[in-house]
Design a protein around this ligand. Structure first.
Ligand code: URA
Length: 430
């Protein structure tokens, strides 16, 4: 039996007492956890110590690197095109990846968008796309390459199990031990997968506000700066936008309804906030890929982005023209009085959609594609008594009471229109 180089208990104590874990010990901890030598209990204790004590930038870099080293590293060098990816830290109604990937691909750039499924109140890109009849999330590396190399250019698919397996294990553990919201752990988790994926460039949509991991803009900025530094140090051109997630994005929260809204954006319409963020992120991505003057709005308005979307969906066996699922039951929330919508809090809307069946409580649960919420108003809109505000959709009426309860204090009516700040607050560069 080989002798281990370090003891987990020493690593845990060092971090518990606020010290910096030396590089070899930290690399060993990640490797030994991936091999199963360090137990879940020990790693959970270490994660809590990181949560409480934080990590130096150098430690975060080593942790990220150790997680990359736990699995395969992909390379798109043979594609002969620039590759650029986007990552969002997640929010309510955040369907931006769907219109964004085909839009960016219109300009001859390859977009390798490895995506995930939703857990809790934030939705997952793959769950949304699986509302489209026939669409397939699981692609082999060869299929992914072929799709990026050919005319399609964009691919949205599930990350293979070979990419940063240490993160997969650690993320599942953090999810059940109250250690998700630690900046060093979030930054290393996201960036290990993106760097291992081998993209040339990366744009991060780091969200702050009630529907985001980081409620507070200062913490979101710290997360963004940490991730931009990690990407840049690894040779991935990385920038970030800090964007507001206090109010749901767009008018659809769910799966099939978010696909419908994405298609409206690709047809040159859709809600103004979804278009604004799609355009802002596309410009960032294309600037990093060497196309700073690309006219992305024209590509949305003249049908090129829609053609690119249809080609991307067909390449993964989906039918972009097929009808999307609709729910059996619906419940409409009406305005109780005349007034102006003064607030809509993203988190309870996300929880309500989740309770309707749009999200999952456990990784093995199935989502209900037709479930969700359609908003008919947003903050600043004037309403009259009896006017429909939101439509809740579910397969089973029994879902409504708890979903409605989640919305009890989620929105407000008043006399004066609220101040609405810009959606994109800051741009973070290296
Ligand atoms: N997304 C990830 O991939 N990891 C985190 O820690 C948080 C969000």
């Amino acid at each position: 039996m080989s002798v281990e180089a370090f003891d987990a208990i020493d690593v845990i104590r060092a971090k518990r007492d606020g010290g910096q874990v030396p590089e070899p010990a930290l690399r060993w901890m990640v490797d030994a956890y991936t091999r199963g030598y360090v137990s879940d209990a020990q790693m959970a204790s270490f994660a809590m110590a990181v949560f409480q004590r934080g990590m130096q930038r150098d430690e975060i870099r080593v942790l990220t690197d150790a997680m990359i080293a736990s699995g395969e590293r992909m390379s798109f060098a043979s594609l002969g095109k620039k590759t650029v990816d986007k990552h969002s830290t997640g929010g309510v109604g955040d369907k931006i990846t769907l219109p964004l990937a085909p839009l960016v691909a219109c300009f001859g750039v390859a977009v390798p968008q490895l995506s995930g499924r939703g857990l809790g109140h934030t939705g997952g890109t793959l769950d949304k796309l699986e509302s489209i009849p026939g669409w397939r999330a699981a692609l082999s590396n060869e299929e992914m390459f072929a799709q990026m190399q050919g005319d399609v250019g964009a691919v949205i698919c599930a990350a293979g199990s070979g990419l940063a397996p240490a993160d997969k294990k650690l993320y599942a553990l953090r999810d059940v031990t109250g250690t998700v919201e630690a900046i060093p752990l979030i930054a290393s988790s996201i960036m290990s997968k993106k760097i291992a994926e081998g993209t040339d460039a990366l744009v991060l949509d780091v969200k702050f506000g009630s529907g985001a991991f980081m409620q507070d803009i200062d913490r979101a900025r710290e997360l963004a700066e940490t991730m931009v530094a990690l990407g840049t140090d690894s040779g991935v051109a990385t920038t970030a936008l800090l964007t507001d997630m206090n109010v749901p994005l767009g008018l659809a929260i769910g799966n099939a309804n978010e696909v419908r809204e994405s298609v409206e954006i690709l047809a040159g319409g859709g809600p103004a906030d979804v278009r604004e963020l799609t355009v802002a992120l596309a410009r960032e991505m294309l600037a990093l890929a060497g196309h700073p003057d690309a006219d992305v709005e024209a590509a949305l308005d003249d049908g090129r982005a829609m053609d690119s979307w249809k080609a991307m969906i067909r390449a993964q066996d989906g039918d972009p023209d097929a009808a999307l699922p609709t729910a059996r039951e619906s419940h409409v929330v009406m305005a109780p009085a005349d007034g102006v919508v003064t607030g809509m809090d993203a988190l309870p809307f996300g929880i309500s959609a989740w309770r309707l069946g749009a999200g999952r409580a456990r990784a093995e649960d199935q989502v209900v594609h037709a479930a969700g919420i359609d908003l008919h108003v947003k903050p600043g809109d004037r309403v009259t008594a009896g006017q429909p505000l939101f439509t809740l959709s579910a397969e089973d009426e029994a879902r409504f009471p708890r979903a409605i309860e989640a919305l009890d204090d989620a929105w407000s009516l008043g006399d004066t229109a609220p101040e609405i700040g810009p959606l994109v607050r800051e741009r973070i560069t290296a």
